[in-house]
Design a protein around this ligand. Structure first.
Ligand code: SAM
Length: 236
């Protein structure tokens, strides 16, 4: 009886510790990585600060934590990967994210990229991120909630069809390579909005799709990339 009351007291004490009081053992590594990326990619201050804030090591399986600040994709289970930090940075820059934007991500993985975007759009914005693999979506939801990201909604489903319920979106990005721009994504994009997505099978290109105020669509290639395939109705 006494043992029980003592352990519940300890639990309460732990609950009182604010997350910010717990030292982040990976901060120095994250800082080194971000300083390097800032120079190499000429990153904006906004993207640099957002990525410096998000603890990537919490979005990878436990045994990969020590590798989380190498600039490389890492396995996250179910044959999927977390994108390399430089790719997350480049896509965020291309998306030109503003405070208050409503953003759709197709391909949550474990939720790292969604967390970075959530930092960039702030509490008045919202990220809706769709993942087809339930277990990955559940893990993403858990870590995002534990870090206090109240502006991210994780949905399980076929994101190649977009997510009509929350449309239209200011920005859409896809983190798996598609055969072409899925039509539902174009339809769910606001006038003046932008989509960034990889297109192609073996040879992939990152493409920026812009919808002007008249609804006209323009596509610009950015360069060669390597992503896992988008599967589903508008995927491979
Ligand atoms: N955004 C992730 C990050 O933060 O690192 C990277 C995700 S990983 C490169 C691509 C993800 O897309 C995988 O988790 C895969 O299951 C998912 N995916 C592939 N096709 C999909 C679809 N049609 N709908 C939703 N998710 C899909």
């Amino acid at each position: 009886m006494r043992g029980n009351s003592r352990s519940s007291k300890n639990k309460n004490n732990l609950k009182d510790i604010h997350k910010a009081d717990i030292p982040d053992p990976y901060f120095e590594k994250r800082l080194r990585l971000m300083n390097r990326l800032k120079d190499e990619l000429n990153l904006s201050e906004r993207v640099y600060k957002a990525m410096l804030k998000v603890p990537r090591h919490l979005f990878v399986p436990f045994n990969y934590r020590d590798d989380a600040y190498a600039d490389t994709p890492l396995p996250i289970g179910k044959d999927q990967t977390i994108s390399a930090p430089h790719m997350v940075a480049i896509m965020c820059e291309l998306l030109d994210l503003k405070e208050g934007h409503k953003v759709l991500e197709v391909g949550t993985g474990r939720g790292y990229h969604a967390a970075v975007v959530a930092e960039l759009i702030g509490k008045k914005g919202k990220v809706i991120t769709v993942e087809r693999i339930e277990e990955l979506a559940r893990k993403a939801r858990e870590v995002l909630e534990s870090l206090g990201y109240t502006n991210v909604r994780v949905v399980v489903g076929d994101g190649s069809k977009g997510f009509e319920e929350e449309a239209p979106y200011d920005r859409i990005f896809v983190t798996a390579s598609a055969p072409d721009v899925p039509k539902p994504l174009i339809d769910q994009l606001k006038l003046g909005g932008k989509i960034v997505l990889p297109i192609g099978n073996f040879m992939q290109n990152l493409v920026i799709v812009e919808k002007d105020e008249g609804g006209e669509i323009k596509k610009k290639p950015w360069g060669a990339v390597r992503f896992v395939p988008l599967v589903g109705e508008y995927g491979f």
